[in-house]
Design a protein around this ligand. Structure first.
Ligand code: GDP
Ligand code: MG
Length: 162
């Protein structure tokens, strides 16, 4: 294992879907309702010549915690454990307060960040990514976890930063 990559982002943006794409298996149960997924959290993956450990921090949950407490804890784990952080946002919804909150925490950590703008299933949504420059965590990359688009681009970026 040459590095640790942690996936972070608020509920339902597609973290588990992207995790599964990277790992290359259908290992998680993906549910529409936030908080009901019981996902695999850790896996080993590789891309080109690099082997790395992948953590889906969205699967690490605190009981009876608010969404804000939850994501704060998840971002702290990502910052603590990861060599590279994969920050996932929803390209269909634009920036939310939680996205901005996580972005601020990640910025302060100075860890390398790859910003995946998910749910860009079609070229017509491609321009949605530009808004996410406002998060101040680098260049947004358009992906579609469910269609497997842009996954190679985020992996290239991840191993470049690892
Ligand atoms: P998580 O809570 O961040 O782990 O998000 P999930 O991976 O569980 O996905 C939440 C919902 O978004 C599920 O209904 C997924 O099928 C859906 N989803 C995930 N990726 C995409 C995508 O690229 N495009 C679309 N349209 N839906 C997606
Ligand atoms: Mg999940």
């Amino acid at each position: 294992i040459q590095g640790v990559v942690a996936i972070v982002g608020r509920a339902n943006v597609g973290k588990s879907t992207i995790f599964n794409r990277i790992v290359g298996e259908r290992v998680s149960i993906v549910e529409d309702i936030p908080g009901v997924t019981r996902d695999r959290i850790y896996a080993n993956a590789s891309w080109l010549t690099r082997d790395f450990r992948l953590i889906d921090t969205g699967g690490i949950e605190l009981e009876d915690a608010s969404f804000t407490e939850q994501i704060k804890m998840q971002a702290e784990i990502a910052i603590e454990e990861a060599d590279v952080i994969l920050f996932v946002v929803n390209g269909r919804e634009g920036i939310t307060r939680e996205d901005a909150f996580v972005a601020r925490m990640l910025q302060k950590s100075k860890k390398p960040i790859v910003l995946a703008v998910n749910k860009i299933d079609d070229q017509v949504y491609k321009d949605n990514i530009y808004d996410f420059y406002n998060l101040g965590v680098g260049d947004p990359i358009a992906v579609s976890g469910s269609h497997g688009i842009g996954i190679g681009d985020i992996l290239d970026q991840i191993i470049h930063l690892m």
